[in-house]
Design a protein around this ligand. Sequence first.
Ligand SMILES: [Zn+2]
Length: 175
Amino acid sequence: MNYKYYKIARDKAWQTLIETNVNSLPINLKDVFSYYNINLKTFINSSDEAFIKNNTVYFNKSYNIKRVRFTLAHELGHILLKHENLTHTVHTYKNIEEFQANIFARGLLMPAIVLKEINCIEAQDIANICNVSLQTAQYRAERMQELLRRNKFKLSPLERQVHSNFKDFINSNKI
Ligand SMILES: [Zn+2]
């Protein structure tokens, strides 16, 4: 997948952490959504997991909250990245916008620099601290290994700012 699109989504996640001033894990999605004046509403009686309509993100109450959190962050990614076709409800097909929304959600809920600083690199630890599913955490854990191997941290001023904003959290959560 084109690095340009990856970078846009990754940077947007850092920008979102910075401008919403959410500086601890697990990320408080209610605070993030309210910062952007996006409503959150629940529904049941459908197999859909979530969808966007009129500046409101609807999510299915019957799904596990750990899974729903990633979906909500994914939907927020579509909105903040100004993707077209926001009314879509199916996220299974592979395209640039789906790819970007997932990169955004991963970066928002599981910021790599914070996980590194508190030495939280195992999937189960990531799942616990970020309040996400083990499957989602597994993807982050694999990516963490690559980042650690290449020591690819704090190259962006955005990530350096996130690191600085999370200082208190990091100091009180070092493993
Ligand atoms: Zn999507």
